[in-house]
Write a protein that binds this ligand. Structure first.
Ligand code: CTP
Ligand code: MG
Length: 232
């Protein structure tokens, strides 16, 4: 089978507080998404990296000029939700020759601290798996069940993981899981694994560091900047 990365990058970043879509905010000297795409292109086992932009996007070519070459694919087919952007990206992969048994690694553009070695660990642990799997990190904090601002119970954190990306499934299973999205249903889907779980499957959890966090709020950008600069 082939291995494709699919990068949803069609969001607006409303929680980031930035004036431009957060994937284009400068972090450690370049557009945040540039770091993400470089990490994926640095994985030689990936046959291609497809980035899914909003149809209205007019920043990409100038903001991420290094995304070039036969393995660097761009599609302007993003939708109203992340799940819709991923589902449209799956269609684009099919149009470019993807087969049902090929693997698709969905990775948030907003997880720009991704390291190629983590992608390779995911691939090594999931390529012979019946279902596929995802990077995730065991929950370290004590978890509270809340009613409004009051804690009413403490949730056992044993066996709780925080889901990250990439999330890796075969094209056919992922398309089956996300098909309702293309019919305008299942808008609640937040990640691929949840849609695959809803079909009765149990994705494999592959441990990754917290450092693979998603840049969401303003403070996340300053933290990412420090971490990226300390790597250089
Ligand atoms: N995404 C997308 N299409 C959408 C919404 C989100 O491709 N309609 C992408 C984002 O660009 C991001 C990833 O999905 O790379 C994770 O989503 P999130 O962190 O929620 O990004 P935004 O939706 O842009 O941010 P916010 O929810 O704060 O508006
Ligand atoms: Mg969002």
């Amino acid at each position: 089978p082939r291995f494709y990365a699919l990068v949803p990058a069609a969001g607006s970043g409303s929680r980031s507080g930035a004036a431009i879509p957060k994937q284009y905010v400068s972090v450690a000297g370049r557009a945040m998404m540039g770091h993400t795409l470089d990490a994926l292109l640095a994985v030689p086992e990936l046959d291609a990296v497809l980035v899914v932009l909003s149809p209205q996007d007019d920043c990409f070519e100038s903001a991420v000029p290094q995304f070039q070459g036969a393995r660097a694919w761009v599609a302007r087919c993003g939708g109203a939700s992340r799940a819709e952007s991923v589902a449209q990206g799956l269609r684009e992969l099919q149009a470019r020759g993807a087969q049902p048994h090929d693997w698709v690694l969905v990775h948030d553009a907003a997880r720009c601290l991704l390291q190629p070695a983590w992608v390779q660990q995911l691939m090594a642990q999931c390529r012979d798996d019946e279902v596929g799997g995802l990077l995730a990190t065991p929950v370290a904090d004590t978890l509270k069940q809340a009613q409004g601002q009051r804690a009413v119970a403490t949730v056992d954190r044993a066996n709780k993981w925080a889901a990250q990306t990439p999330q890796m499934f075969r094209w056919g299973l992922l398309m089956a899981a996300l098909a309702p999205v293309l019919q305008g249903e299942a808008a609640h889907i937040t990640d691929e694994a949840s849609a695959v779980e809803a079909l009765g499957h149990t994705p494999r959890l592959v441990e990754a560091p917290f450092e693979n966090f998603k840049l969401t709020y303003p403070a996340d950008f300053a933290l990412a900047e420090r971490l990226l600069r300390s790597r250089a």
